[in-house]
Design a protein. Structure first.
Length: 146
């Protein structure tokens, strides 16, 4: 998740249509490149074009102006244009799941949790989709940073 919330527009190779996860930002300390499909590239281009309109908030929190943390470089920001935290990403994912009618938790017959949706679920889905669509395991491993 850290790689996601630290992603900047400079980490997008528009020509190659890839996300570039720089070594200093990854858990494994190795750079890797993730191909983008056309729909995601279009969304990222729209976000890039819209970022010029981002303005620091006049509000403050805990006595500190929010403008101190303002970002026009990060891809994913809050409504106040602040870098997202892990909690914000999780709450956003849960909200999207609810809107899409995707259950965020599966319970057994005794009401105990069997499985739940979290941000790591996106990695598992990505890996599963790659394998189902014929990507070789070594490439999947490299894309996931393992």
């Amino acid at each position: 998740m850290r790689e996601l919330i630290r992603l900047t527009f400079d980490d997008i190779d528009w020509e190659a249509c890839e996300l570039v996860l720089r070594a200093h930002k990854t858990k494994g300390k190795r750079e890797r490149r993730i191909p983008l499909d056309a729909r995601l590239a279009d969304i990222l281009k729209r976000l890039d074009a819209e970022r010029v309109a981002r303005k620091p908030s006049e509000r403050s929190a805990f006595g500190r102006p929010l403008a101190d943390r303002f970002s026009d470089q990060r891809v994913f920001v809050t409504r106040n244009c602040l870098p997202m935290s892990g909690g914000t990403v999780y709450r956003t994912l849960v909200g999207c799941c609810r809107k899409a009618g995707i259950p965020i938790q599966t319970l057994d017959s005794e009401g105990q949790p069997l499985e739940h949706v979290d941000v790591h679920s996106l990695r598992r889905t990505f890996a599963t989709d790659l394998i189902v669509n014929g990507t070789d395991p070594k490439t999947v491993q490299e894309l996931l940073g393992h």
